[in-house]
Every structure is written in C-alpha cells, then in structure tokens.
Design a binder for this molecule. Structure first.
Ligand code: C2E
Ligand code: MG
Ligand code: MG
Ligand code: MG
Length: 275
C-alpha cells in the first residue's frame, strides 16, 4: 500500500512499521501497569565520603521487574516514560519509595541521605512541588536529607528552572548530574545555586589518559568550590581513581569500587564494602 502525502511525496507502508507501532503501544501499556501495579524496584548505590571512606548517602536507581523480560535498567524505559508522560507517576513513586527508605535507615540508626534522579520533564510539571511537599510531610524526612539530581538539560526549560528554585526553598538539596556532558554555561552556573556537582564517569574514567582529562577534572573541582558546591565523582572502579580524586580535593565518590546499585536487603546482608 502507498499513501500520498502533501507535497506529492509517496511513502511506502512497510508491515514492520505497523509492528513497531504495536510494540510501542504494548510497551507503553505495560509500563503504565508497571508503575501502578508495583513492578518498579529501587536499587541504591552508596555515595562515599572520600575523607572518611564511609557511606554518607545513597542514590536511588529505578529498575523494572518486567514479567517475561527480567530486571530492566532505566536505559530501557526512562525514554518512553518521558515521551508518554508516565515519568510523572513513575517519578512520584521513586521519590516516595526513596524517602521511605531513608526514614527506615534513620530508624536503624544509619544517617544516610538519599538522592533521587528527577527528569526535566517531571520537574516542569506543576504537580511536582506539591508531590514533593506531600512526601516530605508523610514520611517525616528532614528536607536536607534529600537531594534531587537534575541534568544540564534543565537550563533549556523555563518551567523546570522555576520548579528547581522552588525545590531549593523547601530545603531539599540539588545536584547537577553528569556534569560536563550536557550544555552548561558559566553564567547559568554562577546565577543559580547548586549544592552538589556530580562529575560524569566519562571524565573520571580517563584520569591517567593524557593528562588533559585530569586537568579538566581539577578545574571542575575548583569551579565547584568557587560556587560553594560539593563534588561527587561518578563511576569510580579502581583504588587509583579514588586516590587521585581524594588528592585532588573531591569530596565524595560513587562507583563499583564502593558498591554496585542493590536492594536495601542486600545492603544489609553484604554491608557496603569500603576499601
Ligand atoms: P545516573 O544518575 O548518572 O546514574 C549512574 C549510573 O551509572 C547508574 O546506571 C549506575 O548503575 C551506573 N554506575 C554506577 N557506578 C558505576 C561504575 O563504577 N561503573 C560504571 N560503568 N557504571 C556505574 P543506571 O542505574 O543504569 O542508570 C542510568 C541512568 O538512568 C541514571 O544515570 C539516571 O540518569 C537514570 N535514572 C535512574 N533512575 C532514575 C529515576 O528514578 N528517574 C529518572 N528520571 N532517571 C533515572
Ligand atoms: Mg544520578
Ligand atoms: Mg550521574
Ligand atoms: Mg551518569
């Protein structure tokens, strides 16, 4: 079958296209079910204070226990969640689950802050701030024990930027995730306050490369200090990386060296390995 479009172009219809549309509809329906019927699972990865080598907090990372597909990482479904708007209820579940977990840790006498990824799309909806307020109120988590992580794409979205300013007024902390991989301008960085800068693993993975990357990382650490923000290095897999970052004045680190993302139950049975 061929369809004539405006401008006289002819586009052939291929059966695979119909299959793709159907598959997408199925994924979307399944993801909606996942969000509302408890198939989302939160793993936590320790964030370690490089000065004391102790975990000071944990980042919540969402997974989908999808029937027939196993445990899916966020790369497999966050994009679809953003396109369909399902990121809003999904993000609300993640936020509530992470705050509840932080309260459980407090009850166990562990002072761990919790960090939650929030997409720009989610932050730009008017429902975000009220849902954040509600979660803080119902769980009783002190706002300063929660950090939300946003990416540099937030600069391009006015509504999300306004949301971010309101978040900060609640006392919740804000981290700039994957720093250096998106588009930040120095004027934005100077104008808007951040509590934490997370140095992306594409930098920390190349510290002993040519010397150039190491220089860039040193500059990011200095810049964060000037801006009054702490630094977290992502993707730390070796002792050598951790040593280098500690010497360079980086505050915190996160990576397989200290612990992989895992369920709180496994955290309890295999306490976070601190080298
Ligand atoms: P991210 O926030 O930058 O999270 C860090 C990612 O790096 C995680 O992947 C983590 O498992 C991985 N990682 C941690 N340490 C190491 C290491 O030492 N080496 C290597 N190679 N990788 C390491 P994950 O869990 O697949 O998450 C990917 C991304 O999905 C996250 O990147 C975040 O942007 C997004 N994401 C995760 N959970 C959520 C969520 O609840 N909401 C939203 N909006 N996005 C989420
Ligand atoms: Mg993150
Ligand atoms: Mg990150
Ligand atoms: Mg990253």
């Amino acid at each position: 079958a061929a369809k004539r479009e405006g401008g006289g172009r002819i586009r052939l219809f291929r059966p695979e296209m119909g299959e793709q549309v159907l598959a997408r509809q199925r994924d979307k329906a399944d993801l909606r079910t996942a969000v509302h019927e408890g198939q989302l699972v939160l793993h936590y990865q320790p964030i370690v204070d490089l000065a004391t080598s102790e975990a000071s907090g944990a980042e919540a990372l969402v997974r989908w226990q999808r029937p027939g597909h196993g445990l899916l990482g966020p790369g497999a479904f966050i994009g679809l969640a953003e396109e369909t708007g399902l990121i809003v209820p999904l993000g609300a579940k993640v936020l509530a689950g992470a705050c509840e977990q932080a309260m459980r840790w407090r009850e166990q006498g562990r002072a761990l802050g919790v960090t939650v990824n929030v997409s720009t799309r989610q932050l730009s909806t008017p429902a975000f701030l009220p849902s954040l307020d509600r979660v803080l109120k119902t769980t009783g988590l002190p706002p300063a024990h929660l950090t939300i992580e946003v990416t540099e794409s937030v600069w391009a979205d006015e509504a999300a930027m306004r949301g971010l300013m309101e978040v900060r007024e609640t006392g919740v902390r804000v981290a700039l995730d994957d720093f250096g991989t998106g588009y930040s301008s120095l004027s934005y960085l100077q104008r808007y306050p951040f509590d934490v800068v997370k140095i992306d693993k594409s930098f920390t993975g190349n510290l002993d490369d040519t010397g150039r990357t190491a220089g860039v990382v040193r500059c990011i650490i200095d810049l964060a200090e000037v801006l009054g923000a702490h630094t977290v290095a992502e993707g730390i897999e070796t002792e050598a990386q951790a040593d280098w970052l500690r010497r360079a004045g980086c505050d915190y680190a996160q990576g397989y060296l200290f612990g992989r993302p895992d369920t709180p139950e496994n955290w309890d049975s295999h306490p976070v390995a601190v080298p």
